[in-house]
Design a protein around this ligand. Structure first.
Ligand code: SAM
Length: 301
């Protein structure tokens, strides 16, 4: 697992926030599902932002949820395997608790947290943003198991799915995208397949899964700084995967840099996923199948 660079996370925050405007209907759906049926008393929510990084996604979820659940008590746990990121997150969200642990530890952690007297009556909400593509099958199993065990709701936003659309196009766009996609599957990562895989796993466990798009819509020169970083990092990953592409990449980059000044639009597709274990009894889907991932290297701060 590689931590994300904090300056990159800050650069993408306004772009992510803009894309998450399209996620609001799923957030509203999640809030309705949380409030449905027998209202919990007290109304307390244990929200765990997995892969929280420096806290930018949790800040967005926190503001959006507080506006929609004004009479609920929101308790935040920020989970990440990178302690340096969590140190920054703790400053950004001083009311949150941070836990440095891998996502595979989530079933044990969520059970321990919900057994503590302060959270015993709480509903569980798992959130994440810009995370799923780097996860493995075992990680997704841990996520689904945590929701299944505790009748939780999960809201997983801004997961990269296949393809990018650049205007004007370039003859090498497809080959660079294919190399980037292959790079995303290194070391057992699910890459672009992660959101579909998460929904498959959830449905096999009898949970409800709902999806929606939340693309980045970028245009240079206005988004020049962001696009310069984004495109150069994608290109580096593609060449890292297929070093034979380096000459093609050089030509592509020269043209793209000119267009960052003169005009370039880029659409990057994302998929949002809502998983609901609360409403499963009405869904009548297939019975539960369990796969258990043991926790490793858990550290709470
Ligand atoms: C792209 S960053 C997103 C951070 C934050 N959600 C945001 O939107 O700003 C992904 C984060 O997930 C964390 N991460 C990746 N794989 C992980 C794993 N298996 N267990 C725990 N954290 C993980 C990384 O350390 C990184 O901080």
């Amino acid at each position: 697992m590689t931590a994300a660079e904090p300056d990159w996370l800050d650069l993408r925050r306004p772009v992510d926030d803009a894309a998450r405007q399209e996620s609001l209907h799923l957030l509203d759906d999640a809030v309705a599902r949380l409030s449905n049926g027998t209202e919990p008393n007290p109304k307390t929510l244990l929200a765990i932002d997995i892969g929280a990084g420096t806290g930018n996604s949790a800040l967005w979820f926190d503001a959006a949820l507080r506006a929609r659940l004004p009479d609920w008590e929101l308790n935040w746990i920020l989970l990440d395997s990178d302690q340096a990121s969590l140190d920054l997150a703790a400053t950004a969200l001083p009311h949150a608790r941070t836990i440095c642990a891998p996502i595979s530890a989530l079933p044990t952690l969520s059970t321990e947290l919900l057994a503590a007297s302060e959270f015993r009556e709480s509903k569980l909400l798992l959130t994440c943003s810009a995370l799923l593509d780097v996860l493995t099958e075992a990680d997704l199993t841990a996520v689904v198991r945590s929701l299944d065990d505790h009748d939780g709701i999960g809201l997983f936003l801004l997961s990269i799915v296949d393809g990018w659309e650049l205007d004007p196009d370039h003859p090498s766009d497809a080959v660079i995208d294919a190399a980037f996609t292959a790079h995303q599957h290194r070391d057992g990562r699910l890459g672009h397949h992660a959101p579909e895989r998460l929904m498959d796993l959830a449905r096999r466990h009898g949970l409800t899964a709902v999806e929606g798009p939340s693309p980045w819509r970028l245009a240079a020169p206005a988004d020049r700084t962001f696009l310069n970083r984004f495109l150069s990092e994608r290109l580096d990953a593609a060449v890292d995967e297929h070093p034979a592409l380096s000459a093609v990449a050089q030509d592509w980059w020269t043209q793209r840099q000119e267009q960052l000044g003169s005009g370039l639009s880029v659409r990057v597709n994302h998929l949002d996923v809502l998983i609901d274990a609360v409403g499963r009894a009405c869904g009548g889907e297939t019975p539960t199948v369990r796969a258990i991932t043991p926790p490793t290297g858990t550290k709470a701060t």
